[in-house]
Design a protein around this ligand. Structure first.
Ligand SMILES: NC(=O)c1ccc[n+]([C@@H]2O[C@H](COP(=O)([O-])OP(=O)(O)OC[C@H]3O[C@@H](n4cnc5c(N)ncnc54)[C@H](OP(=O)(O)O)[C@@H]3O)[C@@H](O)[C@H]2O)c1
Length: 386
């Protein structure tokens, strides 16, 4: 296993971190973790040198923390940095933050979290974080000796907003979504480099875009990877590309089979920063461009179409539709969509075809058609009356 130094605190972290959001489950039920298998995999990973374990309050319906706690018994806790995340959106009042934190410790059966992140900062959550004083709360936890270091995970809409959050306080680390397809969304490459300039260690999530970059590749994308006679697998291409950035400290992958664990350990046991050749980097750039040709609607997320008259989140639904046509693992996209739409959000079939969005769209996209297509793809078997 390769290690990189978290320079600001002088610790070595494994280049591969174990993301505990996609642990093996029984009967496809997300909350029903296959405990024996998951515990064995986490311990095997640690035995092979992984020392960064990432969980969160909400993963697997709260059971990820419980299983991680169990996996870290029998001497494993001392071998790792345990990262957990505060889901501030469950808090209505500042006092609720402490209730959540104490519940996390109870689930983990622990009294200390090494790396504590404010979870999922986006524009809406950021307002809540500021209103509830969440940053002061995590700093106080550090002063009280309950956590080691504080950071945040980011899913906001732009590098500019990422920089604003990063500059707001003296964060000790951060976590961003980053892979060779996501260089220009969320924090993106610009955000990664900015954090690097500031000396803030970056943990990467979704290096395989949740697995979408390795399911059956479109033939035109595969053709690029077949160039140079390279023997790299799609996983190797994707992980090595992320590891090539010296600004990246740890790469989290959610692994749910022992084979995935072994493969990812093997890849990140040899990856060095700045080691990919220009030809290899070009191949990945070409592959990304090829994937992007499969985008169905050229939405720039300018939001001119919003607000929708009936409350549909048009840009996000178009994004799912585009991903559906880009990635062969389309079942994953349907599942992601269902998770996104679940709480109280409006499904595309509630579109009343008023056309106001199309009038406003500077790209002249056929948004009403996109809503009908999305409904047909994503709402099969659903109760569309929500
Ligand atoms: N803070 C946040 O807001 C946030 C958000 C997302 C993730 N995270 C954290 O970051 C971690 C990493 O993100 P991620 O789980 O999306 O990572 P990822 O590595 O992009 O995707 C994981 C998925 O990729 C597939 N996979 C992994 N290794 C493979 C291999 N060797 N061969 C074939 N398939 C492989 C598996 O898909 P299949 O299931 O299809 O086998 C697995 O479920 C998460 O587990 C979580 O801890 C945090």
């Amino acid at each position: 296993m390769k290690y990189r130094t978290m320079a600001n605190v002088g610790k070595n972290l494994s280049l591969l971190g174990f993301g505990c959001m996609r642990l093996p489950v029984i009967d496809g039920a997300d909350a029903h973790i296959d405990e024996a298998k998951a515990i064995q995999m986490i311990r095997d990973g640690i035995d092979c040198g992984i020392n960064y374990i990432d969980t969160a309050y909400m993963y697997h319906g709260g059971n990820s923390e419980v299983v991680v706690g169990k996996a870290l018994k029998d001497g494993y806790r001392e071998k790792v940095w345990l990262a957990d995340k505060l889901a501030a959106w469950y808090a209505k009042e500042p006092e609720d933050l402490d209730t959540i934190f104490e519940e996390q410790l109870r689930r983990l059966d622990d009294d200390y979290i090494d790396l504590y992140l404010i979870h999922n900062i986006d524009e809406a959550n950021w307002k809540r974080v500021l209103r509830l004083g969440v940053i002061d709360f995590v700093k106080q936890l550090k002063e009280d000796g309950k956590i080691g270091h504080y950071g945040f995970s980011f899913h906001g809409s732009s590098a500019a907003f990422f920089k604003e959050v990063l500059d707001y306080t003296d964060w000790e680390f951060c976590q961003i979504q980053f892979n060779y397809m996501d260089t220009h969304i969320q924090a993106g490459l610009e955000g990664l480099l900015y954090a690097g300039e500031k000396g803030i260690p970056v943990v990467v999530m979704e290096p395989l875009k949740g697995g979408k970059l390795i399911d059956e590749l479109p033939p035109t994308v595969q053709a690029y990877f077949d160039q140079l006679g390279s023997t790299r697998s799609p996983v190797d291409w994707a992980l090595s590309w992320v590891a090539d950035f010296p600004e990246v400290m740890t790469i989290l992958s959610g692994m749910n089979t022992p084979q995935q664990l072994v493969e990812n350990i093997d890849i990140l046991s040899v990856s060095e920063p700045n080691s990919m050749s220009d030809e290899e980097l070009q191949i990945l750039e070409n592959a990304a461009a090829e994937y992007n040709k499969l985008i169905r609607y050229g939405c720039t997320k300018c939001q001119y179409c919003m607000p929708c008259a009936v409350g549909i989140n048009i840009p996000t639904i178009i994004d799912y539709l585009n991903q559906y046509s880009q990635y062969a693992g389309s079942e994953k996209i349907v599942n992601d969509f269902k998770m996104f739409i679940q709480p109280t959000r409006k499904v595309p079939s509630t579109c009343v075809q008023c056309g106001k969005c199309e009038d406003a769209c500077p790209q002249h996209l056929k948004i009403m058609t996109a809503m009908s297509e999305s409904a047909a793809i994503f709402e099969q078997g659903e109760n569309n009356a929500r």
